[in-house]
Structure formats: C-alpha cells, structure tokens
Design a protein around this ligand. Structure first.
Ligand code: WT7
Length: 702
C-alpha cells in the first residue's frame, strides 16, 4: 500500500519496496531573444563537442581560454586513480591570468567595485591597472617581508573587502597556497585551519561593517594563534589590513614583532613588481576547508591549471560573463562560490566583479536593488536563502528600482518553485534568464545547470550536467536509476573534470574513502569509467534529463547554503563539562532551508537549567561561529539508542520535524521516544508526516 503526502512542493510516496519521489512537473521557462542574441554559448553543438566521445580533450576549450607559460602535453593523466592530473606538463600563473593579461585592453576598466556597507561611503572602483599595482606590491611584501615562497601556506581570515582578493592574487602570484577562512568563523575555527594547513602567516583585518556596526575582527586572530600553537603550529607574522588605514578598529592587543599593519609596511614596497611564478598546472592553488561527516573539517586542495580553466570556462558559458558586464555575486569570498565566481572566474574573463561588505537588508530591504541600480549590475548571483530573506523583507521592493538583470544564478540549496518564480518575475522582472547551479566545495565549479541560452529553465531543477560532466544516479545496490522513474538515489559524476579537488590536504585516504570507495567498480583499474565520484547528495532525474537535487545524504547540514558538520557542532557541545552526550539534527526552516537543532543529555547528578543551555550556545558560537547557532537546544533524559548503543539521530530528526519516527521497536529504550516527543512537541500529538528525503534519511548511527 502506498501513501502519498504533500511536502515542500513535492509529493512523496512511500511503499514497502522503495521510496519514490514524484515532483509535480513544473513548466518550462525560456530565455528571451535579447539574452540569446548576446550570449557566449549559443551553439547547440556544444553538447556534441563535450560528449563522452570527445572526453577528456573537450576540456582543451576551457584551458585555451587561459594564457599559459608553457602549453601542456597530456590533457588528463589517469595513471593513479582517483588522483587525476590535468593539463600535465603545463605551466601557468593564476594571478597573471586574472590581472596582467588584461592590462593591454582593459587597464582602465574596473576589475572590482567595492560597496561599503555604510551608504555614506561611496563605492570604490579598483581598475585592472590599480589591481595590478596593489597585487604586485602586496606580493613583494609577502615575499620579502614574510619570506614566503611557492608551496608555503597562508591563512586569510578576512571580511568582504577588495584587500581579500588582492591578498589571494598576491599569494597566487608567488605560488603560495592560500587558505581563506570565512570571516564569520570564530577564532577557534580559524586556528584549527591554521594548524591543519601549517600556515606561517595569518592575514586578517582590524574590523568591518556589519548591520551598521564596525566589528572588531582582529580579536579573533589572538585566539586563532593560541589554538594553532596548541595544535603545534606557530605563526610568525600576522598581517593586519585596516578598514580605514591609519585608524585602528580593533581593541585587541598588538604584539610587536608579530603583528603588522599592512598600511604601515606596504609603503616600503611601493611600485615594486613581482614576476608571476610559472606554476605547474598541478601545483595547488588554494585550500578551502569544508565540513564532512567527522568532527574535523577537510582541506579541499585545488590545483592551479585545471581549476582555473574550469572556473573560467563555466563563468563564460554558464554565467555568460563578458568583459563589459557588471557582475555581482552576493556570496562571501570565504566560501568556494566566492573563490570561483567572484574572484578567479570573473577576473580571468576581465569582468567587473562587485564586492559588497555587509548585510543584504541593511539598512532596509531595498539596499540590494539600490546597489544594482547604482552600479548598473546586469548579472546577479545569490542563494535561495538570500532570495527567501529578500522576499520576506521586501516582496515589492525590486520594481521600485531601475536596474535590469540579463542573467541570475541561484546556488547552494534546493530552491522552492514559488521562490524561484518570485526571483524570476519580481527580481528578474521577467527579463533575466536563471541558472540553478548545483555543485560543491570539492568540485571547483558548476556540475549541473541549464546552459542559459540553450536550455529551457524548470523551477526547482538544476538541470542536466554542464558541458563535459556526466552525472548519474545510483541506488544503494550500485544500480543506475533510470531517468523518469521517479526514484531518488545518490547522484554521482561518472567522469573526472578539471575543477575537481586534487585531494584532502594531508589525508589522501580520506579523499579516496569519502568520494570514491562507495561506487568504485574496480580498485585496481586505471580506467576512469570505474571511478564515479560520490557527491553525498540525493537526487531525482526527470525524463527530460534534468536533475532535481534533494539534499545531503550524510551528516552534513546545509544551513543557509553553508555546510556544517553535525559532528563539529556535537564536539563543541561536549566541551561543556555538564554535557554527557550530544546529538545534532537538521530542522526545516522557512528562510534558511535547514538549521541545526541540538539534543543533549547531562552527566549523572547534573540538573537541567537555562544556564547549561546558555553554555552550550556559547560553546557553539565560540568553537564554530554564529552561523552554527541552533534553533533549539533540548535537554533530554536519555538519547534514543539501538541495543548495541548506537545513537539514533534519525529518530531525533523525525521528532524535530514532526515526521513519522518509523519503526522504533528495536531500540534499547523505545519509551524514551515518547518522552522526548512531549518535550519537543508538547503534550498533544501532532499530525505525523513523511518529510523531505534529506531529513528522512538523516544521520549515521554511532
Ligand atoms: C552542498 C554543497 C558550491 C556551491 C555552494 C555550496 C547543496 C549546492 C545546490 C543547488 C540544491 C545545492 C548540496 C551540496 N547544493 N547547490 N543548486 N540545488 N542543492 O557549497 O558548501 O560545498 O555545499 O550544497 O547539498 O552537496 P558547499
């Protein structure tokens, strides 16, 4: 017998045999003739050009968009699976490609436009010439003042200011591997990343504006250094950019001989030029830490040549970036979206890339559209969470402003069809084409999306694989799930691509087991066909070849499009001495998609109290940052466990989301479930429903 339930726009049908997901098929939307007329990618033959038959040589097309110091010999080397090598033998410099090579034609054009949060501060344009000067000077400082050379690591913990891409590009010029940590992460979280990457230098900033306040950001560096030291990594120098050079926004101590204000040291390097170092295509360009199933974030190591080629190609074809566009991606550079689609991709194409310092709704719900109008932005890129937030705060704001987007992107989470339609009709004024791009920190660039001038859009669906990407959905028995079957499974990518990470920094085994073991067909094979990439997302494939992403199938919670590991939050809870056990589960949220909810059991003899809840909250904020703040913290008498003592997060996730808990008769303590249910939902029984896939399957047992 099958039951059908309506949830989040989907009809989910469950039967004994399997779970089938029947989405209501949405109508297609088509790009305007005006958009198509100017688009970079209009030749339908691209599908053939990037077909499996032409793989991997098809990716020459992307690599040829770059300027190489030495052309490569081998496009793809598969001799050591799954450690693929791209454009082997080639030499290239990312900083040269994003800056120097544009000078001849575009030196006087804005590379970056910085929009400070206070509206009293005017936007600041940084031309390609100015970017060139500033990147060179800062590279000279890194080389001569800090003694950095290619292969060294530097951690950058900064807000959204032009000095952030300048720091990244200066590192890239020298072949120094940058590891940017999202500015909103705590000093502790930053310190762990400093230690893991063995960074000798930390680049930070004194302060920045957020929600109308000038925040003290440098204070975090003190904690970062302390934590890093505890983990065995000593930082020699802390470089502190100042939001207002000459003035100090931070009250934190300044350690002589270790801390340096960049604006005080930089004049020594005025006018210096640093030759871009030709790097091996396979030399690491940067690390980007992301959450996984364990308590320890993993450093995704991205290569220079393949990564740059991939973000440049997809920025051109999927983002439709031309040099004359004003492009605004509202993500933070501290996440992969910002690396690929604020800095490296757009700058490699000589675009103008907008950097906004602050909160999208500050000081009011019209701010984003005022910025778009003032700068005449024509490509806009953001997340469903931001769209939901802007819609809630100012449903009718966009038409009040005279801006016109030709193209808009959504990324990071599934987007509900209603929200998609508001984005299309109201934000895009019915004129802009939308791409819903699915990908991950590990991937470097887009994996699924429609080709904006070639494929119709379908609200809520990412679309087919982008050129050269061959996605597939496998079930738990390694069987391919057919298009149009309505069944959900694990989305995988059958082939390697230039943007895929090289490895997890310092942990090759984890790289193999996390992404390649599950669906590997033959561990001894050197044929890439035997090594599908396992993405850890659930998905359904419609008959038209469009993928609809359902969300994570592991212990990762996607909060507002940002990844948080449940284990990381649980570890933070366990630092509170009164806490014996902690379990973190996702709960559906109207704006942020998913948010964490915390369950804790106290040590024997400890009384539950609001003070303990406060302590747990504080611990999470300190260890990770405000973005990990839970919606609720429930103190429970005991955790639901299996007879072998495994904690059943799935049951807790069901209770948090008013979903059916399923069979609990095999638990060691089934009675506790009703007890917790009352605590969470109150005395009255609530209507039970089946929920979205990611919530239903949530969590490992341990
Ligand atoms: C996870 C990756 C790199 C993009 C920013 C997030 C989810 C990403 C979509 C989309 C539905 C999406 C997936 C993925 N996700 N894009 N268009 N539709 N879900 O990068 O922090 O590495 O998170 O974000 O669950 O696994 P990330």
């Amino acid at each position: 017998m099958a039951r059908t339930l309506q949830t989040q726009g989907a009809v989910i049908e469950t039967s004994e045999a399997q779970i089938a997901v029947h989405w209501r098929e949405e109508e297609y939307y088509y790009p305007s003739a005006k958009f198509v007329g100017q688009a970079n990618l209009t030749d339908p033959n691209v599908v053939e050009r990037f077909s499996e038959k032409n793989f991997p040589e098809c990716f020459r097309e992307y690599a040829d968009m770059l300027s190489w110091d030495q052309y490569w010999q081998t496009t793809l080397d598969t001799s050591d699976p799954p450690f693929w090598k791209w454009f082997v033998g080639g030499k290239i410099n990312a900083s040269y490609n994003c800056v120097d090579r544009h000078l001849a034609k575009y030196k006087n054009k804005a590379a970056l436009i910085f929009v400070p949060e206070p509206e009293s501060e005017a936007p600041v344009s940084v031309t390609y010439r100015e970017l060139y000067v500033r990147v060179n000077e800062f590279a000279a400082l890194l080389r001569d003042f800090c003694g950095l050379k290619s292969g060294d690591r530097v951690t950058i913990h900064m807000p959204m200011v032009p000095e952030l891409p300048i720091s990244m590009l200066a590192c890239a010029r020298l072949g120094v591997i940058h590891s940017v940590v999202f500015g909103g992460f705590s000093g502790e979280a930053c310190g762990m990343r400093v230690a893991d990457s063995q960074s000798q230098v930390l680049i930070t900033m004194d302060g920045y504006y957020r929600n109308g306040k000038l925040l003290d950001h440098k204070a975090a560096s003190e904690i970062s250094l302390e934590i890093a030291k505890k983990e065995g990594q000593t930082v020699d120098k802390v470089l502190v950019w100042r939001r207002h050079p000459g003035k100090n926004a931070s009250a934190s101590p300044f350690v002589k001989g270790r801390d340096f204000f960049v604006d005080e040291v930089l004049p020594k390097y005025a006018g210096e030029l640093v030759a871009p170092v030709p790097m091996d295509a396979e030399a690491p360009l940067f690390l980007m830490y992301t959450s996984g199933s364990t308590g320890k974030p993993k450093g995704c190591q991205h290569r220079t040549g393949g990564y740059l080629a991939y973000v440049t190609g997809t920025s051109k074809y999927i983002q439709d970036i031309h040099p004359e566009d004003v492009y605004w991606c509202m993500a933070d550079i501290g996440w992969i979206t910002g690396h690929s689609y604020i800095v490296y991709g757009p700058l490699a194409l000589a675009a103008t890339s907008v950097i906004y310092e602050g909160v999208p709704t500050y000081p009011d719900a019209g701010r984003v559209w005022r910025i778009a109008e003032r700068l005449d932005v024509n490509i806009f890129h953001t997340s469903p969470t931001a769209i939901r937030m802007l819609r809630k705060a100012g449903h009718d704001e966009p038409p009040k402003y005279n801006y016109h987007f030709k193209h808009m992107t959504t990324v990071g989470e599934p987007i509900e069809p209603e929200v998609w339609r508001w984005y299309h009709d109201t934000v895009g004024k019915g004129e802009a084409v939308i791409v819903d791009t699915w990908w991950q920190t590990e991937n470097g660039g887009f994996l699924c999306s429609t080709k904006p001038a070639l494929d119709p859009m379908k609200p809520g669906s990412a679309g087919p694989g982008v050129p050269g990407i061959f996605p597939v959905i496998y079930d738990e028995n390694n069987q391919e799930i057919a298009a149009g079957s309505g069944k959900a499974g694990n989305i995988c990518i059958r082939n390697p691509w230039p943007g895929i990470m090289q490895t997890i920094w310092g942990d090759h085994d984890r790289f193999v087991t996390q992404y390649y073991t599950k669906y590997c067909k033959n561990r001894n094979s050197k044929d890439w066909h035997d090594w599908p990439y396992f993405a850890s997302d659930g998905a359904v494939l419609a008959a038209d070849g469009y993928f609809r992403i359902l969300g994570r199938v592991d212990d990762v919670i996607n909060v507002a499009g940002h990844r948080l590991g449940t284990k990381e939050i649980e570890s933070a809870c366990l630092t509170v001495p009164e806490v014996a056990e902690a379990a973190v589960v996702p709960v559906a949220d109207e704006i942020k998609g998913r948010v964490p909810e915390v369950y804790i059991a106290l040590k024997p003899g400890v009384q539950a109290s609001p003070a303990i809840v406060d302590k747990v909250n504080k611990a999470i904020e300190t260890m990770i940052g405000k973005i990990a703040r839970p919606k609720h913290i429930h103190i429970v008498p005991d955790m639901p466990k299996t007879r072998s003592g495994k904690l059943m997060r799935r049951v807790l996730a069901a209770l948090s989301n008013n979903m059916n808990t399923g069979d609990i008769s095999t638990l060691a303590n089934p009675d506790i479930v009703e007890n917790i249910r009352e605590l969470v939902q109150g005395k009255e029984a609530v209507a039970l429903a089946d929920g979205p896939e990611d919530l239903k399957k949530f969590g490992t047992e341990d």
